[in-house]
Design a protein around this ligand. Structure first.
Ligand code: GRF
Length: 216
């Protein structure tokens, strides 16, 4: 069986993209990154991808009349590259209902909280303001409502009393770089089944998701 063809959508730094590219370099990797698309021409991730020998493309949302036209261009580029699974990795554009439906159960996202808690932006600030003792990150299939969809993998990160939004973001990011490649591998190996709004990892100890808990 061939390797799963993956397209990554980014808007900026691209550290999760980099983790996915690195994981796919393993000789036994069940997935390959065939295209990285950025909507921001200056995104740092574009240079990282190019350096790694991955094809890149800029689809600048500013060049399109509306979201539908922008999403159609994304869709066309992904299809032209033969993409079978889309990974959102710090992609900062809202996608249309049509695009999300077209890639249903074939598009995943990483979010720096334990969803369904703390969807949206300014997550670490809100976690600290609430006095939460634990936070983390989530990989999930994408549904139309922002940061919703069947959960594939999560990692827990304890909040320290002296944490700042930046220190917390850094420790959560370390875990993002572990669980995003893990989730991709599970999907590419055919070990993730989606049933409506729940994802099941076949053969995982936890029946509904993979939970990684770093040492406290
Ligand atoms: C990550 O925290 C990710 O969870 C969120 O946006 C950030 C992107 O960072 N969706 P990077 O571009 O992958 O470094």
């Amino acid at each position: 069986m061939g390797r799963l063809k993956v397209g990554i959508l980014i808007s900026g730094r691209g550290s999760n993209m980099e983790a996915l590219i690195a994981a796919c370099r393993a000789p036994d990797a069940p997935a390959e990154i065939v295209l990285v698309i950025s909507n921001v021409p200056t995104a740092r991730g574009l240079a990282i991808a190019a350096e790694a020998g991955v094809a890149t493309k800029i689809v600048n949302h500013r060049n399109f009349a509306d979201r539908a036209a922008f999403d159609a261009a994304l869709d066309a580029a992904l299809k032209a590259a033969g993409v079978e699974l889309v990974c959102l990795a710090g992609f900062m554009r809202l996608l249309t209902e049509r695009f999300v439906a077209a890639w249903r159960d074939r598009m995943i996202n990483i979010h720096p909280s334990l969803l369904p808690a703390y969807p949206g932006l300014d997550i670490h600030e809100r976690v600290l303001a609430d006095g939460a003792r634990f936070t983390g990150c989530t990989v999930h299939f994408v549904r139309y409502e922002t940061d919703t969809g069947p959960i594939i993998a999560q990692a827990v990160v304890p909040v320290r009393p002296d944490d700042t939004p930046d220190s917390l973001a850094a420790r959560v990011l370390e875990q993002e770089h572990r669980i995003y490649p893990l989730a991709l591998r599970l999907i590419a190996e055919g070990r993730v089944r989606v049933d409506g709004e729940r994802a099941f990892v076949i053969g995982a100890a936890a029946p509904d998701a993979v939970l990684i808990s770093p040492t406290f």
